[in-house]
Ligand binder design. Sequence first.
Ligand SMILES: [Zn+2]
Length: 237
Amino acid sequence: MSVPRRALAIGAHPDDIEFGCGGTLAKWARAGCVVHLLVLTDGSKGSWDAAADLADLVTTRQSEQRDAAAALGAVEVHFLGEVDGELVAGEVQRAEVCRIIRLVRPEVVLGHDPWKRYRLHPDHREAGRLTVESIVAARDPHFFPGQQEAPCRPERLMLFEPDEIDHLELLDAVDLRAKLDALHCHRSQWRSTMGIGDGPDAGSQRLAFEAKVIAELDRAGADVSGPAEPFKLMTDL
Ligand SMILES: [Zn+2]
């Protein structure tokens, strides 16, 4: 697949984009693609500490997300700011995601698969629905006609962590390193998501986390003999 000129990746939480398609975005950014990220929720459920200051957590996670975007080579992060765990693909949210698609004008949109089976987290399902439904709105002038930005029809939609895989993006060592570095930017998630503590074992825990991510990419890319991120590709938008 050719490198798009502009791409927009949409994730439910800070770190979802890095897990789902970080290597692909890094590869494209290095080849000149203008990459934007859109994070839908504020990440305010992302702590095991019941006494955590949630306003601080939201600020921290936005800052971590900006660092991660820089590690991937993305130019900008947009935040929708919905409450973590309470995302709905409603009219208000669709209008805003539609506006961002029209503003960024991506050739390729990447997002969660709303049709993935046996998925527990409601935000991932809602984020997938919101992505798909906002593309439908963005391409047609009769949706949200009051918006200043002109309609925009992306050429491709790539769903990450897909229910059905029909497309792989191969990663080289540089892409892989950028994905891992971007994931590590999410410092507040080391303990809960990545199994990396503060103790003397942190170094080996960090390597174990990296090995797990690489093993998954190797499994996905077994048929193409290299690490790869798997997608469901839709081109009839
Ligand atoms: Zn998530």
